[in-house]
Structures are given as structure tokens and as C-alpha cells.
Design a protein around this ligand. Structure first.
Ligand code: EQ3
Length: 322
């Protein structure tokens, strides 16, 4: 039977126990725009007491520079309006430019705005702002998450902001820019060992990803293979996966711990591996508990890999299949 992405998505389906991350984002989505901005400010400053992101490099900030300079020159009211426009995905010139930014440039843009807000150069949350019960509710929900889940909520809310540029024709795309590299926070692990796993494609995948060698990682996929990031649809084909990896997978430290491998009747194999991933934004201070679910074809190539955020650390040990 031919492998299909739809059936591959269902391997080890018990991995996807309801996560508090989409639930928290759903609460956030119900807030008014001003409350959303205030929530992000309080969540970010609260989180900053224990963990702070690394400052984005100069090359990354350069990509957001023109927008940041425009904002610095504005009055406090205009600055607040721009932030509202971006958060509400309005169709304004700045919100459009933001919409074209890559994930990491969006994060760098807000990182810098946060710094400028602290310095008083950009309008802060108005003094006397009264936190609404809605904001309090989302903050309470956020406090219950582990740090890896908290930074995922922050990241995903920021990524969803800005005008949705996906429907605009290619003629409106800005010139493609090269994605600046992240400095690695730890030396890449060269020889990968995963308890219970000897599958060369999986070990090779982790090794290549830990060295930012995306061409090598992609060569392990079938041409119609797919990668499904957490809470997203599968990204299909070498070109699309390569673009995604260059934009979002640089500098990650992947530390798989253990896994299981099952042979299927058609000669393919399904594997589930659990472990920890660190993002260059927070380095070794935050670990995200994740699972990789691989479907390997009879020729030893990756047909599908899904990356799931685990709902709790206990899920690291849950390697059973239902
Ligand atoms: C200024 C302030 C505070 C207030 C204002 O009102 C509004 C905003 C938005 C503000 C600023 C907020 C800021 C600066 C937030 C910054 C958040 C950051 C830097 C979050 C970073 C999070 C990074 C994460 C969660 C990375 C996760 C990566 C994973 C799970 C990677 C998984 C992968 C694996 C393992 C693979 O095998 C394949 C690739 C893939 C990438 C999927």
C-alpha cells in the first residue's frame, strides 16, 4: 500500500494528548487588542525575572531596522497605533512589512521594541493601565505552563501578528533576503545516541540538524516527504522543507533521549523518539520536551516526521502505541 501523509500523521496518535499551549493561545485570541499587548508585556516581563532571550545579532536587527526607525520617529499615540495595527493584523504599510518578516525577524523586532519601551523611546503600557479580568485569566493560565511551553505561547502569538501576506500575489513580495545565522549556544553533538534507536536515517537527521546542515538532513527525505512542525500542517517536498529549516531550525540543539521502532508489514518502519530541544533564543536555560514521530519507507528514507510539543515531562516516557 502506498504511504500517504494523512495516514503517516496518525502514527503514535496517543502522542498528541491535549496540550495547554493551544488552549492558552485560544484564551489570548479572545482578548481585545490592547489587552493582548498588555498581556504580552506582563507575561514577557514576568518571564524575564528567570529567563531572558539572547539579544538578536546586528544582521537580524538590520532586517527590521527600517520599521524600527520609522516607529522611533513617531509620537507616542502613533507608536501605540502601529502596535495595535500589527497585533490586530490590520492592512497598514507597517503591518504588511511585518507580515513579510520571517519568524525570527518578527521576534527580533519585538525584542527591540521591548528594549525601546523599557528605555522610554517607544510608548510603554500606559501608566494606570488596569489589567482586565481577561488578561489576568490568561496570565494565570500561562503561569501554570513550564518555561518551554511559555516561550512557545509567546512565540506563536508574535508569529500570528501582522497582515496575512499569504494571499498577496508574488508581485507584492519584497526582495528575498538571506536569513542571518544564529550563533550556536553549545557545540553540535557529533555522534548521536538514542536509547532503543539504531535507524540510520533518524540518527543522521539529528546529527545533520545539530550542525545546521540542512542539505544533508533534506537528502534523507523522500522527494515527496513531509515535515510537520508543532501545531502546524505538514510541509511537503525538499524545497519547502529546506526553506522552512533555513528560517526556523537554525541553531537548535536537539537532544533525543529514547525511542521505539516498529516494523510495518509493507517494510516501512514507524519510530517515536522523545527528548529535549533548546532554541538559540534562550540557549541552555530552557528545554522544550518534544517527540519526533518518524515514518521511514522500505528504502530507509524519511517519508514523514512530525514534531510534537509534549503536554508534560511525564510524556517523555510515554513510548507506547495505542
Ligand atoms: C515588547 C513586548 C514585551 C510587549 C508588547 O506589547 C508585545 C510584544 C510582542 C512584546 C515582545 C515579546 C517578545 C520579545 C517575545 C519573544 C519571544 C521569544 C524570543 C520566543 C522564542 C521561542 C522559541 C521557540 C519556542 C522555539 C521552538 C523550536 C522548536 C520546538 C523546534 C522544533 C523543530 C525540530 C525539533 C525539528 O526536528 C525540525 C524543525 C523544528 C523547527 C520544527
Amino acid at each position: 500500500m502506498a504511504l500517504t501523509i494523512q495516514s503517516a500523521q496518525n502514527i503514535f496518535s496517543n502522542t498528541q494528548v491535549p496540550s495547554q499551549i493551544p488552549a492558552t493561545i485560544a484564551l489570548f485570541d479572545q482578548l481585545s487588542v490592547d489587552d493582548q499587548l498588555a498581556y504580552l508585556w506582563f507575561a514577557y516581563t514576568e518571564m524575564g525575572k528567570t529567563i531572558t532571550p539572547a539579544a538578536p545579532g546586528a544582521a537580524r536587527l538590520q532586517l527590521a531596522e527600517s520599521l524600527l526607525n520609522q516607529i522611533k520617529q513617531m509620537s507616542a499615540e502613533e507608536q501605540t497605533r502601529v502596535m495595535r495595527d500589527i497585533a490586530s493584523r490590520a492592512d497598514s504599510p507597517i503591518s504588511r512589512s511585518y507580515g513579510f518578516f520571517s519568524v525570527n525577524t518578527k521576534l527580533a523586532f519585538w525584542y527591540e521594541l521591548g528594549e525601546l519601551m523599557k528605555q522610554g523611546v517607544v510608548a510603554p503600557i500606559p501608566t494606570g493601565y488596569q489589567m482586565s479580568p481577561g488578561v489576568q485569566l490568561v496570565l494565570e493560565a500561562t503561569k501554570k505552563l513550564d518555561p518551554g511551553q511559555q516561550i512557545t505561547v509567546l512565540r506563536n502569538t508574535v508569529v500570528n501578528m501582522g497582515f496575512d501576506t499569504s494571499d498577496l500575489g508574488p508581485s507584492s513580495y519584497p526582495k528575498a533576503v538571506e536569513e542571518p545565522a544564529f550563533t550556536r549556544t553549545a557545540p553540535p553533538v557529533s555522534s548521536v545516541k538514542i536509547d532503543g534507536i539504531t535507524e540510520p536515517a533518524v540518527l543522521g537527521y539529528i546529527e545533520a540538524m545539530n550542525a545546521d546542515n540542512f542539505d544533508q538532513a533534506i537528502s534523507l527525505f523522500t522527494p515527496d516527504g513531509a515535515l510537520q512542525p508543532p501545531f502546524q500542517k505538514p510541509i511537503v517536498g525538499h524545497e519547502a522543507i529546506a526553506k522552512y529549516m533555513r528560517e526556523e531550525a537554525q541553531g537548535l540543539n536537539m537532544m533525543p533521549q529514547k525511542g521505539i521502532c516498529e516494523n510495518l508489514s509493507d517494510g516501512s518502519k514507524q519510530l517515536k523518539i522523545t527528548g529535549v530541544v533548546q532554541t538559540p533564543w534562550f540557549g541552555v536555560t530552557v528545554g522544550m520536551n518534544i517527540a519526533w514521530r518518524f515514518l521511514i519507507n522500505p528504502e530507509g528514507k524519511i517519508f514523514f516526521v512530525a514534531i510534537d510539543m509534549l503536554a508534560s515531562p511525564e510524556e517523555l516516557l510515554n513510548l507506547r502505541r495505542v
